[in-house]
Design a binder for this molecule. Structure first.
Ligand SMILES: [Zn+2]
Length: 385
């Protein structure tokens, strides 16, 4: 079976390369991934699979299933959204390609599958929380495991991900002529600036791993008007969701209220998407690593020197045993996710080769999940809180 799956991925190399390059050349923002979702659905249908487009009520989500309806089940996840301005600088085109390659290989051996394999196209990882909507819609119900891989500058079986909360602050002040009658106004921009200052002054108290970072999304209306409205968007992150919720967020909200109070403005607070921290399932990750090693891909289990981001896979990992291994598409330190250079690596021959290796390791690991009861038990034991 192992050799059949590997050969099946190798047989699709050309096709997978074409998909990776095409999605890379058509970067689409969260929830707008019509080209990528359409292309993946076309490829799955061309291989004889039945695809639900617009699955679980999300226009750019996909679902396809193979294998028996009863028995164990595993999901392979494809992300395919891009970033504003910098395109596929997170390499999600390769995530989609790896998932597609794994699914096409498993479809070739469909009649010998002892359980169900689900391909899930999951939109809007970049700030949209597509997987959270899919979770709420029941897309992960009854699954024994969920897996994906992510491109990176090093290969690591498990790396945490920070719990994260998005929040927008809109300050409302009083406009006035900025030269003729500034005393008649209250600057909303001052509220935003004080918000940044207060948060910066609180950094001395933060626990390790906490991250609070924002941008000014509206700095005022015209230079000769005391700004009536100004706004900022923040991400607040921590290693543990409990610390984020009970300490960091209340502190940030107090800073906003204090900034408004000091500047005689009013602040409107809009909570956005939150992501949970990532609970990597070590038995499943180690099995993925065994397959990687057999394929000749070097990796480490964990790299404490590497920084952490956030992902909606965190929420999935709190619902089912899940893995989110990282694979190097460039040399360590050569480029990092969300940089222009990383987008170039995501379309490179090395990047494509990594997606092919990921497809093999995921196909093999997915097969193990549905065929190896001991692995499933171990994964479930590790998952139990
Ligand atoms: Zn990403």
């Amino acid at each position: 079976m192992k050799q059949r799956l590997i050969a099946a991925v190798d047989g699709q190399r050309e096709r997978l390369g074409g998909v990776a390059r095409a999605i890379h050349a058509h970067p689409e923002l969260r929830f707008e991934e019509r080209f990528a979702a359409g292309l993946l659905a076309d490829e799955l249908e061309a291989a004889g699979l039945t695809v639900t487009r617009g699955a679980h009520g999300l226009e750019t989500a996909l679902r396809a299933e193979i294998g028996p309806r009863t028995g164990p089940s595993v999901a392979i996840l494809a992300e395919y959204d891009a970033l504003p301005e910098i395109g596929h600088a997170c390499g999600h085109n390769l995530i989609a390609t790896g998932a597609l390659g794994a699914m096409l290989a498993l479809a070739k051996v469909e009649h010998d599958l002892p359980g169900r394999v689900v391909f899930l196209g999951t939109p809007a990882e970049e700030g949209g929380g597509g997987k959270i909507r899919l979770l709420e819609a029941g897309a992960f119900a009854g699954l024994d495991a969920a897996m994906m891989f992510h491109p990176f500058d090093r290969s690591v079986l498990w790396q945490g991900a920070l719990a994260m909360q998005r929040v927008d602050f809109i300050f409302h002040g009083r406009p006035s002529h900025a030269a003729a009658a500034p005393w008649e106004g209250d600057s909303a921009l001052r509220g935003v600036i004080q918000l940044f200052n207060l948060i910066d002054s609180a950094r001395v108290h933060l626990r390790d791993g906490a991250r609070i970072h924002g941008i000014i999304t509206d700095g005022g209306q015209a230079v000769n008007i005391i700004p009536e409205r100004a706004s900022a968007a923040f991400s607040v992150r921590a290693e543990a969701a409990s610390y984020l919720e009970s300490v960091l967020m209340p502190m940030v909200l107090r800073c906003a209220e204090a900034a408004a109070s000091a500047t005689n403005t009013r602040v409107e607070i809009q909570l956005g998407q939150g992501y949970k921290d990532m609970r990597n399932n070590h038995p499943l990750a180690r099995r993925f690593g065994e397959h990687l090693a057999a394929l000749g891909v070097p990796f480490v289990e964990h790299d404490p020197t590497s920084g952490l981001g956030s992902t909606d896979m965190g929420d999935v990992s709190h619902a089912v045993p899940a893995i989110h291994p990282y694979l190097a598409i460039c040399d360590t330190g050569a480029a990092m996710c969300h940089q222009h250079a990383f987008a170039e690596h995501a379309a490179s021959d090395r990047g494509l080769a990594v997606a092919v290796a990921a497809a093999k390791a995921m196909a093999l690991t997915a097969f193990d999940v549905i065929s190896d009861g001991d692995l499933r038990s171990e994964a479930h034991r590790a998952f139990a809180p």
